[in-house]
Design a protein around this ligand. Sequence first.
Ligand SMILES: [Fe+2]
Length: 228
Amino acid sequence: MLSLRTASRALSKSAPIAAAASIGAVRTKVSLPDLDWDFGALEPHISGQINEIHYTKHHQTYVNNYNVATEQIAEASAKGEVKKIVELQKAINFNGGGYINHCLFWKNLAPEKQGGGEPPTAESDFAKKVVEQYGSLDNLKALTNAKLAGIQGSGWAFIVKNKENGGALDVVTTPNQDTVTGPLVPLVAIDAWEHAYYLQYQNVKADYFKAIWNVINWKEAEKRYLIN
Ligand SMILES: [Fe+2]
């Protein structure tokens, strides 16, 4: 078991995707963020076994493959191999997206005894926006669950703030490991890949989508809403 206490610092360092930066011969690789909680701390809603495999195998693979792809792009760039650079964009999109999405995911989950599932502070700007647009947090959850249920194959659902629309909230889904960019600021990211739930929920993914609200870290969503 890893010691999982320094997540905030690690995430804030690694999440901005420093890896693609190339300054002369110096390139920075991304790495797994530390977590704020132990693998078993989200039980009974998400099993420790799922979290451990999800983090040490799946997320690690996105990290590794993203780092390889950035190395290959640097080499192709040095040789002027434009076609190769274009081809590598798929690997960057998939593995870089997987890296970002999972960093968001771990941070927007919390054990119940650390505030997981507690609604956002009623006076917060985020909570007020939720009520203004959706009437209640439960309505936003229901909408998100409907969107999650509509994902065909693997993908993600995001509660986002749209910076080009007066900061309006929205719920969007993406296929595979596509992440949200541009004016869409991710506030909550929910992994709808089978690897996120299958060991515990098998084919009943709707139960996973219901259970995950018990460990959503709304404090993190409030923070993201304010700083972006
Ligand atoms: Fe995942």
